[in-house]
Design a protein around this ligand. Structure first.
Ligand code: GDP
Ligand code: IMO
Ligand code: MG
Length: 453
């Protein structure tokens, strides 16, 4: 069974932890978009590991982690992450694969990211990792791909053009220092050399893996509300974080996906600027932030926190076609006397049940809440849905009803063991999917191979 795990809020839903819990069910884990703006935390045997570019799940033995063509790769960050994984005993040489079609984040992308943020009238609050400018180059068809990074001459040629253009932009528009072409060339050629043994034709790699019956987990980074099309634009990231991004970002057909699992926090957070209709008042914000340790796993910035927003979650569940969702961080609400759930928005006397496309309008919306009792007891040790306090079960059932999707997994702590499945887990049992294997690729007669229109 091939599975997509996708965040259905503004990122940091706990995808890393859920993927780590599920990793033993699959053979290959694939990132399909984003870059090292992501921070996916896994706590295993009391030790924390934060994945940024490499798919979460590689702390399990024998897994392959593939960085798909839709990802933007900072070679420096990737090599550092590989070294950290190696130090944890992972056979990185075997386990990490990189698509030859993925785009490369260069230092000028990072500088441009910061410069653009500094000059915008309304900041986005990006992670400063060069993600947006790298995707801009990809769409502008001037970007450098991994295949070229690994080819010294072609890299030199592409880099020369890019450095010339970017230096002009940086100097004229932002009054920044230029980059030295020769310095970048030497450093990045060396990175290309180090990464080369990991580079694969990823679409082909996945096609062959599926033909052998290997099971794949596609790992979403960020969340649906940060999706460049469906999120709270322009306060979004620059890729398709939702499940739709899997096909173009990994190079697999839609028919390769059997199940889609949404991951959602029992409340809401976001990092950076942009609307967050259910944002807590300061005292409650401080309390939940402390209890939930809501600080960015990539930048360390404090996350903004708020009540569960069912308008957002319902829309994201529908958009991703989630078969079920995993609810995380239920334990963070353990000592709340009462809990609010946002069921709609009010805008100038009108009730809205969809997230409006006009983000300016969303910024003016007030949440419509219903209030439910809290459970005021510790859920960290609970191992079965039936053993949760009655009010916690009622809360989860209410969320499921409002989202229109069953809850198949509940997480009540950051440790690997602090999670349990519900009866709806059945949806994800092996054998429940329609089995289909891709047919072997047709062989072209020699003369026509590579022919194009
Ligand atoms: P991701 O980006 O979606 O993978 O999420 P992050 O790793 O950025 O943020 C989630 C944070 O919550 C991490 O620090 C996790 O260790 C932690 N976490 C995950 N699940 C739970 C949970 O059920 N309870 C608590 N208290 N912490 C959790
Ligand atoms: P994971 O995968 C939360 C946010 C940034 C900013 C916006 C654009 O850990 O859930 P970017 O650097 O991508 O151009 O920033 O997106 N953002 C995230 N917020 N979790 C993430 O990843 C994020 N990745 C980017 O804070 O608001
Ligand atoms: Mg994160």
């Amino acid at each position: 069974m091939n599975l997509v795990v996708v965040g259905i809020q503004w990122g940091d839903e706990g995808k890393g932890k859920i993927i780590d819990v599920l990793a033993d069910r699959v053979d290959i884990l694939v990132r399909y978009q984003g870059g090292n703006n992501a921070g996916h935390t896994v706590v295993a045997n009391g030790r924390e590991f934060v994945f940024h570019l490499i798919p979460s799940g590689l702390l399990h033995r024998g897994k392959i982690g593939l960085i798909g063509n839709g990802v933007v790769v900072d070679p420096e960050a990737l090599l550092k992450e590989m070294a950290q994984l190696r130090a944890r005993g992972v056979n990185v040489r075997r386990a990490v694969k990189i698509s030859d079609q993925a785009h490369v984040i260069m230092p000028y992308h990072k500088r441009l990211d910061l410069a653009e943020e500094g000059s915008r009238p309304g900041r986005i609050g990006t992670t400063g990792r060069g993600i947006g400018p790298c995707y801009v180059d990809k769409a502008a068809r001037s970007g450098i791909r991994i295949a070229e990074l690994c080819h010294p001459e072609r890299f030199a040629e592409k880099l020369r053009r890019n450095v010339k253009d970017k230096n002009r932009l940086l100097q004229v528009l932002y009054r920044e220092q230029p980059f030295d072409y020769q310095d970048l060339l030497t450093r990045y050629r060396a990175y290309g050399k180090q990464l080369a043994p990991h580079v694969v034709n990823s679409a082909r790699f996945l096609f062959e893996a599926m033909a052998k019956g290997r099971r794949i987990l596609f790992e979403g980074a960020q969340g649906t509300m940060l999706d460049v099309d469906f999120g709270t634009y322009p306060y979004v990231t620059s890729s398709n974080a939702s499940a739709g991004g899997v096909c173009t970002g990994a190079g697999v057909p839609p028919t390769a996906v059997d199940r889609i699992l949404g991951v959602v926090k029992a409340y809401t957070t976001r990092v950076g600027e942009g609307p967050l209709p259910t944002e807590f008042p300061p005292a409650l914000m401080a309390r939940i932030r402390r209890k939930g340790q809501e600080f960015g796993a990539t930048t360390g910035r404090p996350r903004r926190c708020g009540w569960f927003d069912a308008v957002v979650a319902r829309q994201a569940v529908r958009l991703n076609g989630c078969h079920a969702v995993a609810v995380t961080k239920l334990d963070v609400l353990d000592d709340m006397p009462e809990i609010k759930i946002c069921v709609a928005y009010r805008w100038k006397g009108t009730r809205l049940t969809e997230v409006p496309a006009d983000t300016g309008l969303l910024l003016e919306c007030q949440p419509v809440y219903e209030t439910v009792p809290g459970w005021r007891s510790d859920t960290g040790e609970v191992g079965r849905f039936e053993d949760l306090p009655a009010a916690a079960r009622r809360y989860l059932r209410r969320l499921a009803h409002l989202m229109g999707v069953p809850i198949c997994l509940v997480s009540t702590g950051l440790q690997r063991e602090q999670a349990f499945t519900t009866d709806h887990w059945d949806l994800f049992r092996e054998g429940r999917e329609r089995r289909r294997r891709p047919r072997a690729a047709p062989r072209l007669p020699a003369g026509r191979r590579g022919a194009s229109a």
